[in-house]
Design a protein around this ligand. Structure first.
Ligand code: SF4
Length: 414
């Protein structure tokens, strides 16, 4: 196949607007860190952002910074600096690359936005709904910056979610109000919390609409687009900017659907990605699948910022439920039911499991799930060994060979 004839992944026009609002978000944080005119809270990605926004904090997400360290391929050089401080190469490579970034004074924010360093926190807030690593990660910064750390300890891997579980999380959230009042100097206002929860709910519903466009054949969207365009849902939920952005993106995607424009030219196969993205190989993997006329179009990862339970009239309980119903928190029985619904909804031909060496929490191939799902659905799957940020754990040759063989298998099964 000549260079000109290679299938292409279609570019999204709205990307320019997304880059603009993301730049505004980081520049506002930088300004606040320099002037001290607004307090800054660091929050784990599915921590109680709405409460922090309602209390007047600007919210910064270290995991988002971790993903930037991965996608800019800075991580591998930085990880050893955290290892030298006693943080094992086997634990979360977001954590190790982020701490490495801090101790060496390097951040991708400099090259992308002209920001010298990450904004210093006034408070650190975690929720262990996703893993224990987030608490250990923020604890390092709590010692470094000598600022308070608050947190929610969520029950992990439940099958059913009963009132005991939800009310325990809601109560922990309510107990944060008093210390947050002291740190921020602002009085808690329930109406402001309701407003932030309503904005997050709207953002979440719009983000779901974005991802659901991929159920069309051909899909107007790829997983690789999703990993980029989820940025506003991650760092700007609870803010009007995210809502406005997703309306713009949806209009573009709906236009594609109407015109039957495929994200991957000549789409032949439709795959589901289960697990973390391999941030340092997003472009390479997008090109690999596109060259095989295969659209990886849906994922658990991008879906993780869909929170259907937010209810502004019951802000604490509904937020607790939204942040505890997450896929990553649940037992395998619930996860498998979820995967089956996704397979049907997105008309999936096969599943890619990413076994991320340093994130067992987001690697769902380790306890027999691929085998059980294949038995029940008949859908084949492929496991790719790799990592989210540590590209020393990725074998490009092996990935390419395995993916090509998997697509051949799908072809033979047709
Ligand atoms: S879920 Fe995985 S990638 Fe995310 S913070 Fe925890 S260990 Fe790191």
């Amino acid at each position: 196949m000549t260079e000109e004839k290679k299938p292409q992944r279609k570019k999204i026009r709205a990307t320019g607007e997304m880059n603009r609002i993301m730049a505004d978000y980081f520049l506002e944080l930088d300004q606040a860190a320099k002037t001290g005119d607004k307090k800054i809270a660091w929050c784990t990605s599915v921590g109680p952002a709405e409460l922090l926004l309602a209390m007047g904090f600007l919210v910064y997400y270290p995991e988002n910074h971790g993903a930037m360290l991965g996608s800019t391929r800075m991580a591998a050089e930085l990880i050893p600096h955290a290892n030298a401080l006693g943080y094992s190469p086997d634990i979360c490579s977001y954590l190790t690359s982020d701490i490495g970034s801090y101790v060496t004074g390097q951040t991708p924010l400099t090259k992308i936005f002209g920001i010298e360093k990450v904004p210093k926190p006034d408070v650190l807030v975690f929720n262990t709904n996703q893993c224990r690593d987030v608490k250990d990660w923020l604890a390092w910064y709590a010692r470094e910056f000598k600022v308070p750390m608050l947190g929610i300890h969520t029950h992990r891997n439940p099958s059913g979610l009963n009132d005991t579980v939800i009310s325990s999380v809601a109560k922990q959230m309510e107990e944060m109000v008093e210390p947050l009042e002291q740190i921020s100097g602002n009085k808690f206002d329930i109406d402001e919390l309701k407003k932030r929860v309503a904005l997050s709910r709207e953002c979440s519903a719009l983000w779901k609409t974005v991802l659901d466009t991929a159920a069309n054949v051909p899909s107007p969207l790829t997983f690789f687009d999703g990993t980029i365009h989820m940025g506003p849902a991650v760092v700007l939920r609870g803010n009007q900017q995210a809502v406005d952005y997703y309306k713009l993106l949806i209009a573009e995607l709906e236009e594609r659907v109407k015109n039957k424009e495929a994200a991957v030219e000549g789409e032949r196969f439709r795959l589901y990605w289960e697990g973390m993205p391999i941030w340092g190989r997003l472009r390479a993997h997008s090109e690999l699948f596109t060259s095989l006329q295969t659209c990886v179009l849906a994922s658990t990862y991008c879906n993780s910022w869909i929170f259907t339970d937010f209810d502004p009239e019951d802000p604490f309980n509904s937020t607790a439920k939204a942040y505890t119903e997450l896929f990553i928190v649940r037992g395998d029985d619930v996860k498998e039911q979820y995967m089956k619904r996704m397979i049907d909804h997105f008309k999936i031909d096969g599943i890619i499991y990413h076994d991320a060496k340093t994130c067992p929490n987001n690697s769902n191939n380790r306890y027999g799930m691929p085998q059980r799902l294949e038995k029940e659905t008949g859908l084949p799957s492929l496991t790719i060994n790799g990592d989210l940020n540590d590209m020393r754990l990725v074998s490009d040759e092996q990935t390419r060979t395995n993916v090509e063989a998997f697509i051949e298998q799908l072809e033979e099964n047709r």
